[in-house]
Design a binder for this molecule. Sequence first.
Ligand SMILES: Nc1nc2c(ncn2[C@@H]2O[C@H](COP(=O)(O)OP(=O)(O)OP(=O)(O)O)[C@@H](O)[C@H]2O)c(=O)[nH]1
Ligand SMILES: [Mg+2]
Length: 459
Amino acid sequence: MFNLSDTICAICTPKGTGAISAIRISGSDSWNIAKQIFSTSNPQFSILDSQFVFNHMHAMHGYIKDNDKIIDEVIILPFKSPKSFTTEDGIEIYCHGGLQVTSQILSLCLKNGARQAKQGEFTFRAFVNGRIDLTEAEAINEIISADNEKAVSTASEILSGSLKKKILQFREKLFDLITRIESSIEFPMDVADTSKKEMALSLNEIKFEINKLIDSSKEGQIIRDGIKVSIIGPPNAGKSSLLNQLLESERAIVSEEPGTTRDTIEEKMIIDGWPVVLVDTAGIREKRDISDSEKHGIERSKSTIQKSDVVLAVFDITNDKTEEFSLLLRDKSKIMVGNKIDLVNEKSINKNGFDVLISAKNGTNIDLLKRSLIDRIKSFTNSNSSENFTCHINQRQKELLIQCNYAIENSLSLTDKAISEDLISDELKNAVSKLDEISGRVVSDAVIQNIFAKFCIGK
Ligand SMILES: Nc1nc2c(ncn2[C@@H]2O[C@H](COP(=O)(O)OP(=O)(O)OP(=O)(O)O)[C@@H](O)[C@H]2O)c(=O)[nH]1
Ligand SMILES: [Mg+2]
């Protein structure tokens, strides 16, 4: 997939102007390349070229030169193999953060024998060289792309090796069982037979632990993608006004004309640290004489309900239409919102069926609504659980854990039968292979390609 013998280089800070940019070189030739382009003295003032040696992690101040022409004043940080991110010899150059100057330094590196790194190639080398496993490589990319605090801490936890450790523990336990089964087949006289009851007990324990990890994926998904919260209700109920209140901006058009919103409007926001994708929708009404575009909008609203994690069902309390929505909202996690309380006398308000009463126009009780939304989000997650270990696995890891548990279940069902122990051992090996795919110990090129293609150049 990638040629590992090349020395690679890339600009690893964002394209644009800034105080500092960094260029990274990795590979056996990186120190030589750096020597061709770096000098510790300013040749304008000194005829003799500077004499220096690179030392691991000893930063040096100097100049990047194209022959005698100074390109930039920089700091260079050398890394000696294996004490670098990729485990190879490496160099980091911190130069001024200009588009032109960084690309000139990159060109110099290329001219002196380095190759432009492809997406994720540095992390790929760290993975191939055993510095990190695949769960940690995935976590690095998640930290980079995280858009909220929870996503960062979730990924950092995995990068610190928590998931790697868990997977390794499962693997060791399964491997121990396989070894015991196979030894008892091969040396029936020497090895104490693992009782089937004992084996079933161990397998059930592993299965239970794996299920706990699988359960944590829902929270992981919410943290990564945001929880989808749609604002649904009849026309003119104040849905777009509520969206604007929650976003604290005039994002959607609000008008007294029913049927103003035609298409769904999606906006991401953070509520109490939780990423939320808010979706404002077209008002739903069952009328014959409505335009085709409104009809399409209504269809879209209905399908949005199905795709939502939580529905904010908004109604004008002066014109109660909750009955008409009971079927549509059946079985959905919903918060019933009574809007326009500013229009009625507080004493005459009929709270029946509403979880929160608000005024989207004045902002009354928006904080209360946010609080019940946070409680609802937490009910989807393990945030309230007393469990110490929560590790938010991603979709790929979840699917493999499900397959691993499936193989464990198969082997459990075989332990109940008078069947050759070879077959049980085969099923357990299958379970181990799923764990190996998670850690990347044994994984196809296609999976690797897919994972590293999501990285940026320079990482
Ligand atoms: N008095 C009062 N008026 C409100 C309140 N919320 C919204 N309105 C008004 O109700 C009308 C409709 O508001 P929108 O937010 O556009 O309602 P909508 O549900 O998005 O309507 P559609 O997009 O047509 O389905 C506007 O004139 C708003 O100013 C409220 O809390 N109190
Ligand atoms: Mg609207």
